[in-house]
Ligand binder design. Structure first.
Ligand SMILES: [Zn+2]
Length: 405
């Protein structure tokens, strides 16, 4: 078995499911077990400075072998797995020279071509699948294995010219909480790349602009028997407000670059109600128009009832990371060229969600995402393509050459 596969299998056997229910970082102790293993493996490779911080972040620094100043570049992957499926006792199975047919995971579960038609492109490749009882954890342990294998290559090839390269393995990405706790003192890079899921062709440097609207509705609560012409039901105000928003701008009716307003939560009594929406669009001008729809609905209700029945509070949560690359498009173009040089024609996928890279970009570290060869993640049909993991190690080698060569 080759080394990257061995690494990957070692990592997925450690349960690192993160949990929204915990406020601590990391949210679950299992992530420490993987972090400790990764520190010891980094040290074995010769990265003596590798360490784990108290909050489970793993940092390592491969020191520049250049005489001149050069870009400091980082690579990140996350250690936790989604809690959408169990990550306990992951029992991976390797399928060599995949025959392009349905994959029987166990007596009751099959990954079928009908459900997952893209499988047909993987004929002849080597895949890693689950036993049907857990997720695989390729999101994002494939990213970790790729970065480790790349580091191993760099350290065993002193003739390869490179600047300071920083590695960071992060906890709690899946619950959207981890990266807030990164200590950039240990990751002092000019820019970075996350290696997190998807086909090697896929590159992501765009995400939504995001806002949250918290809507308060104040009713007039009176005994229903004597309510005529006096009661204003706050729950009905929330429903009326919702009906004033564009009907088609909902997650279930949108894809690609189409934004949406998503009613996340609603609760109330006759006296008072609250609804919470998330507002999303890749285009910040359109996002402003969407916010305007909320304010118009608020104004309409208050005028209709002749009193302040609705109060909408809108706050921005994150921005499209693309803005962070303005004037530094080479960060994207270098990676695109590295993909092309390895025969991969890139597809640019606008993320329909936030990413650790988006948050890092806001923190001043522009960070696009590269694929890893992981697919159908967050469930028991998850598959990692070994050939694609290996391909991404080659892409990182080429990227090093493009940046420092
Ligand atoms: Zn991920």
């Amino acid at each position: 078995m080759d080394r990257i596969t061995e690494r990957f299998l070692r990592y997925v056997r450690i349960e690192t499911t993160s949990s929204e229910d915990m406020d601590s970082c990391p949210s679950t102790p299992g992530q420490f077990d993987l972090a400790r293993l990764l520190v010891s493996e980094l040290r074995e490779l010769g990265i003596e400075n590798a360490f784990m911080a108290d909050n489970c972040f793993v940092y390592g620094h491969i020191v520049s072998n250049l005489d001149n100043e050069a870009a400091k570049v980082g690579f990140l992957a996350h250690m936790d797995t989604s809690n959408a499926a169990s990550g306990k006792n992951v029992s991976p199975r390797i399928i060599e020279n995949y025959d392009g047919k349905d994959i029987v995971l166990n007596d009751t579960l099959t990954t079928s071509l009908k459900e997952f038609p893209q499988l047909k492109d993987y004929r002849g490749k080597s895949l890693i699948v689950t036993d049907g009882n857990t997720l695989l954890g390729g999101d994002d342990k494939a990213g970790i294995a790729i970065i480790m294998e790349y580091a191993a290559w760099l350290l065993s090839h002193p003739e390869v010219r490179h600047g300071d390269i920083y590695i960071c393995f992060t906890p709690d990405e899946e619950i959207g909480a981890g990266i807030d706790h990164i200590d950039l003192k240990h990751f002092p890079v000019d820019y970075a790349y996350t290696m997190d899921g998807g086909s090697p062709r896929e590159m992501t440097y765009e995400c939504f602009n995001a806002a949250t609207a918290v809507c308060q509705f104040t009713g007039v609560s009176i005994h229903p028997g004597s309510a005529k012409n006096r009661m204003i039901n706050a729950c009905e105000l929330a429903m009326e407000f919702h009906a004033l928003l564009p009907v088609n701008e909902k997650p279930q009716f949108t894809e690609g670059r189409e934004g949406f307003n998503h009613l996340e939560y609603v609760e109330g009594t006759c006296a008072a109600a609250q609804s919470v929406y998330i507002i999303r669009n890749h285009d910040s001008d359109i996002l402003e128009r969407q916010k305007g729809d909320f304010r118009r609905a608020e104004k309409f209700l208050n005028e209709k009832y002749g009193r302040k029945v609705a109060e909408v509070d809108i706050s921005d949560t994150y921005r499209n990371m693309r803005e962070g690359f303005t004037g530094r498009e080479y960060i994207i173009n270098n990676a695109l060229n590295a993909l092309r040089k390895n025969g991969l024609e890139p597809t640019i996928t606008p993320m329909r969600g936030g990413t650790d890279g988006a948050k890092l970009t806001v923190m001043g570290v522009p960070t696009p995402n590269l694929g890893t060869g992981d697919m159908f993640c967050h469930g028991n049909h998850e598959i990692v393509c070994i050939d694609e993991m290996k391909m991404m190690v080659e892409v990182l080698k080429t990227l090093t050459d493009i940046i420092y060569g």
